[in-house]
Design a protein around this ligand. Structure first.
Ligand code: MTE
Length: 302
């Protein structure tokens, strides 16, 4: 059978942006080739690092416990979820608390394609062409006080629409948090869509956060509130299992989850037997973010 080249099957728009996207993956391919990067070496030989995961997998293999705990549940159970009208409130340690409708946000901030890797703590990964803008642009609209040290994200609480919230799987509403400097980092993204389309419900419509260098659970979906706080927030996952889920949760191949290794990952591409690849420190974004943690013991602050 004739082997189809990637360039022949890639949607044109994405193919054109390929260079930009390789750069955003954080593998530093500007000057080096894949094979010459010592960390990834042979394990990646058969994996096309530049190919975004198919739309089908990004939108049917999800974690969104508000809609159920199976990977297909969010797709199956979220289609009727109402995302209009929707308001996001920014409050807490700020001079001027503000509320924004999604329409205001979409018209005030221009979304660009941002292709980032998502590494789930469960050991799989995807490469996702998100649409979005830096969260810092939105946070700069309110004047936060010097007393603000962390930012807390809150997902909508609506058990009538979200069947998962009728059970106490997690401490609802879903809460996540970042340190202020992490939240203000340009890679931290407000996601408005994917593959050039509006964001599907199962991926966190109408707006979700994405933090490329952290395990996927830090990226809260369908947010309704962003709160500036003095103390480190207690996230839903920290409450569920503090031994397993720390506040920082930076992707780190050297620190195992108590029940499994985090050294490798399985790219989601429909092939259950695809070779696992080595996970990169900070999910490949070390050049951009390692300085945020200089001097910190990452075993202690996992
Ligand atoms: N946000 C909410 N509100 N509820 C969730 O269950 N799951 C997290 C994160 N955000 C989750 C959430 C986890 S574990 C992952 S891996 C990512 O969403 C998955 O995002 P995706 O389904 O768009 O790939």
């Amino acid at each position: 059978m004739k082997k189809i080249k990637y360039s022949e099957i890639t949607p044109e728009k994405i193919y054109k942006k390929r260079r930009k996207f390789i750069k955003s993956l954080g593998y530093g391919l500007g000057s080096a080739t894949i094979g010459s990067i010592p960390l990834i070496g042979n394990a990646l030989a058969n994996t096309d690092l530049t190919k975004p995961t198919d739309y089908e997998y990004i939108t049917t293999y999800n974690n969104y416990y508000e809609f159920g705990t199976n990977k297909s549940d969010p797709y199956l159970n979220s289609q009727e979820f109402k995302t209009k009208p929707w308001t996001i409130r920014i409050e807490g340690e700020v001079e001027n608390p503000m509320s924004f409708s999604v329409e205001e946000i979409l018209s005030s901030f221009s979304s660009e394609e941002r292709v980032y890797r998502l590494r789930c703590v469960e050991g799989w990964s995807m490469i996702i062409p998100w649409m979005g803008f830096s969260l810092s642009q939105l946070l700069n609209k309110v004047n936060f006080k010097t007393s603000a040290k962390f930012v807390e994200f809150e997902t909508i609480y609506d058990p009538e629409q979200m069947i998962g919230q009728r059970k106490s799987i997690l401490n609802w509403p879903y809460i996540e948090g970042l340190r202020i400097d992490e939240a203000m980092h340009p890679l931290t993204t407000v996601v408005t869509g994917l593959y050039g389309k509006s964001l599907p419900n199962q991926n966190g419509a109408p707006l979700r956060i994405f933090v490329p260098w952290k395990y996927g659970f830090k990226s809260a979906k369908s947010i309704v509130k962003i709160k500036f706080v003095k103390e480190m927030p207690n996230s839903s996952w920290m409450i569920a299992s503090p031994r397993e889920y720390g506040f920082y949760s930076n992707v780190n191949p050297n620190i195992d989850h108590p029940r499994w290794s985090q050294a490798t990952e399985r790219p989601i591409n429909g092939d259950m037997f695809a070779p696992r690849i080595k996970t990169l420190m900070f999910n490949g974004y070390a050049d951009e973010v390692a300085h945020l943690y200089s001097g910190m013991d990452l075993k202690k602050y996992f």
